[in-house]
Design a binder for this molecule. Structure first.
Ligand SMILES: C[S@@+](CC[C@H](N)C(=O)[O-])C[C@H]1O[C@@H](n2cnc3c(N)ncnc32)[C@H](O)[C@@H]1O
Length: 208
């Protein structure tokens, strides 16, 4: 087993606390820092999640929404079958197994909005070639920004994962005017070897 595959502190914690993946702790930190998920009245609060499999973020969100609001999620892969019963029981949850780049998927998901919050943890299968992985991640981040343009409510927030690369500064420059504030944040739960970070746009104005 390589170091990358070895269950670490976060993976073991996820298993113990009933989540399919360690990535839940990244969202927990992001939410703790920026307060993206609603704390009080959740009724009418709509969230779109891109790159949702195996479903840790979805479970965290649904448990926090506790039956209120609405979560739409999408991934190329299915959600973890271990949590099928919990996902099925959620009336305020819609999951689409599809490619987020597909025009039909974009239209279908946008039609479920507008959303108060759009999250993208979507990531390409890594090749080990940093430039290539960053370029693929950039395309996913750009696609998440397109979703925001068509389906994020004015004043809403966007949080997008990106593998930092040559195009990241350009994307930040493009996103900045669309939000009241644009932050970058790397949660502690990210692997130290990882070059991923999250771009967090707060207070959506308009994305050109
Ligand atoms: C890091 S995982 C997401 C983990 C998830 N946030 C969780 O907590 O369980 C990244 C996901 O992005 C998905 N992904 C990559 N490209 C995609 C695409 N074009 N459309 C939809 N999902 C995609 C992958 O299938 C993978 O499941």
């Amino acid at each position: 087993m390589s170091n990358y595959e070895k269950p670490d502190f976060w993976a073991l914690k996820a298993r113990k606390e009933g989540y399919p993946a360690r990535s839940v702790y990244k969202l927990l930190e992001i939410d703790g820092k920026f307060g993206l998920l609603p704390k009080g009245n959740k009724a009418g609060f709509k969230i779109l999640e891109l790159g949702a499999s195996p479903g840790s973020w979805s479970l965290y969100i649904l448990r926090k929404l506790s039956g209120s609001g609405f979560l739409a999620a999408c991934d190329l892969s299915s959600l973890s079958s271990r949590f099928e019963a919990e996902f099925r029981a959620e009336k305020n949850f819609f999951f689409k197994q599809a490619d987020m780049f597909a025009a039909g998927t974009q239209a279908e998901l946008a039609g479920l909005g507008p959303f108060n919050l759009i999250l993208s943890d979507a990531a390409p299968l890594t090749s080990g070639e940093r430039g290539l992985d960053a370029a693929r991640s950039h395309e996913l981040a750009e696609a998440a920004c397109l979703y925001a343009r068509s389906a994020l409510k004015k004043g809403g927030n966007l949080c997008v994962k990106i593998f930092q690369g040559a195009e990241t500064a350009g994307l930040i420059k493009k996103m900045r005017p669309a939000f009241n504030a644009l932050k970058t944040f790397k949660p502690e739960a990210c692997r130290s070897s990882s070059f991923e970070t999250y771009l967090v746009g707060l207070g959506f104005k308009i994305l050109s």
